[in-house]
Every structure is written in structure tokens, then in C-alpha cells.
Design a protein around this ligand. Structure first.
Ligand code: GTP
Ligand code: MG
Length: 197
């Protein structure tokens, strides 16, 4: 995929801030600190498009990025961040659920799972929700550079066992491993249809 342009459209703290335009959207979902924003930066080859941080809970609102003026990447706040105040966590969860449950422009999700941890209970909850709601998704197993080849293969097999017909891609924002594969799958989903309805 050749990136001609990638820009922030808006940052939404509540549903009324979601962009009104009708481009197809791909949402990046996963626990705090798993590497969602880093994945977006790697895919777009823009180091500073999405804000990344070693401090979990960095992305606190929904960020919409327009890519090539053709589709949007949607960076969601992470879940499972233990230290966030309960009220804040509840607000993030509600915002995420509102977006995923009702956004007509959403064509596909990228469920990001830390390859060192494998799927957490919250990841599995989300995975089952995608299946039940027939929302197309792929799984990206992040931070693959942190594992040996054998460990990574074991982790990928474990993750795959929860959803046999879902692609699971090993990805590293450090080495770029898996980047082309992720693009290939996303392009197929984005250009398959333009809206969910
Ligand atoms: P929240 O916004 O808090 O939900 O986090 P996030 O999922 O967007 O994670 P982010 O991309 O900010 O990355 C979290 C930390 O992990 C940062 O310190 C990144 O540099 C690091 N990181 C992300 N991807 C990789 C990777 O592939 N390999 C390694 N080694 N570190 C990574
Ligand atoms: Mg983030």
C-alpha cells in the first residue's frame, strides 16, 4: 500500500464528535499498551501520526485518521488499564461500545493481542463479541520482536486456537515484521464493501 496522505480528522470524546463523513473505517482494538497506536504509525509509515507512550492508557479518546482520502483508521482507547479511575474506565468502555456497536462506516476491526501475554479475558470477550455481531476482524499479535521464533510460534498457535478461521499475524513495530501482511488483509476488507449495511 502506498501512503499518499495520512492525517488526523478528529479526536472524539463523545459520539457527537464522530466525523460525519462516510469513508470506510477500520478500528484498532485491544488492551492498553498493546501497541495499537504504534501499529497505526507503522502501517502509515508516519512515526508521529498516532501518539504512543510506554505509559498505559495514553490514548484516552477515539482518534480518526484519514488515509489517502479513501478510508479511516480509528485508534480506540485501550481496555484493561488497571490504574485508571473506575469512572474513567467506564466512560472509555461506553464510548468504545457505542462506536463498535453502532458505526455504519465500520468495515473491519484489528484486534491487537500482545504476543507475550496471549489473549486476556477481555480480549476473548471482545473476540466473541465480533463473532456474535458478524463484524469482520483480523488479529494482530504485537511486539513479536520480544519473543524467540519458537515462543512466537507457540503464542500464535495459542491465539489461533480461539478463532480458527481468523487470520493471526505476527507483527513488530520495531522490525516491521507482518506489516505487508496486515495491509494485504486490510485492503481486502476495506475494498470489499464500503459500509456495514
Ligand atoms: P494505549 O494508547 O495506552 O491504549 O496504548 P497502545 O496500545 O496505543 O500502545 P502504544 O502504541 O502506545 O505502545 C505502548 C508501548 O509499547 C510503547 O512504549 C511502544 O514503543 C511499545 N511498542 C509498541 N509496539 C511495539 C513493538 O512491536 N515492539 C516493541 N518492542 N515495543 C513496542
Ligand atoms: Mg494508543
Amino acid at each position: 500500500m502506498t501512503i499518499v496522505s495520512a492525517e488526523l480528522v478528529c479526536t472524539a470524546a463523545e459520539p457527537c464528535h464522530f466525523p460525519k463523513e462516510n469513508l470506510p473505517e477500520v478500528a484498532f482494538v485491544g488492551r492498553s499498551n498493546v501497541g495499537k497506536s504504534s501499529l497505526i504509525n507503522s502501517l502509515t509509515k508516519k512515526k508521529k501520526l498516532a501518539f504512543t507512550s510506554s505509559t498505559p492508557g495514553r490514548t484516552q479518546q477515539i482518534n480518526f485518521y484519514r488515509i489517502n482520502r479513501e478510508f479511516c483508521f480509528v485508534d480506540l482507547p485501550g481496555y484493561g488499564f488497571a490504574k485508571a479511575p473506575r469512572e474513567r474506565k467506564y466512560q472509555w468502555a461506553e464510548l468504545i461500545q457505542y462506536y463498535l456497536g453502532g458505526r455504519d462506516q465500520l468495515v473491519s476491526c484489528v484486534l491487537t493481542i500482545d504476543s507475550r501475554l496471549g489473549p486476556t479475558p477481555l480480549d476473548l470477550e471482545r473476540l466473541r463479541w465480533f463473532q456474535q455481531n458478524l463484524l469482520p476482524f483480523i488479529i494482530v499479535s504485537t511486539k513479536s520482536d520480544k519473543l524467540s521464533k519458537a515462543e512466537l510460534q507457540k503464542s500464535l498457535n495459542h491465539t489461533k486456537s480461539f478463532s480458527l478461521d481468523t487470520p493471526v499475524i505476527a507483527f513488530s513495530a520495531v522490525s516491521g515484521e507482518g506489516r505487508d501482511q496486515v495491509w494485504q488483509l486490510l485492503c481486502a476488507l476495506i475494498y470489499r464493501k464500503t459500509t456495514r449495511s
